[in-house]
Design a protein. Sequence first.
Length: 155
Amino acid sequence: MTTVFESPLDLETAVGRKLGTSEWLIIDQDRINLFADATGDHQWIHVDPEKAKSGPFGNTIAHGYLTLSLVNLFLPQIVDVRGISMGVNYGCDKVRFPSPVAVNSRLRGVGELLQVENINGGVQATVRVSVEIDGSDRPACVVDTISRYFPKSNG
């Protein structure tokens, strides 16, 4: 479910609030292999299902940075800020990977608005995204994302 803000200025009223969840996404071996190809990280725990069966996780696992990159897919499903001329990803803080993501796991993002501050010409919002693994008590990734939103001018 997406939380909609009609203006970036409206974000200030929601600090400390849960923002919603994204859709579930299955992390299959094809996605893991494509990420390995894109990054050059072909470690066997990610791309060799036969060898991974006898490895520490009993299966291949997604790269931590693959899991982190999915936050870019989940965020627009969690929060929609309208009335902007532009929104930009400014960065992230406090990235953690508490639990590995086994192949064929279902993931989703859950957002919480931590902080909002005025910046030159816009608003900066920090949203904590916890990437949940279906059926697990521990998240795959927790990251504080920082986005900047610039309101449409009235002229």
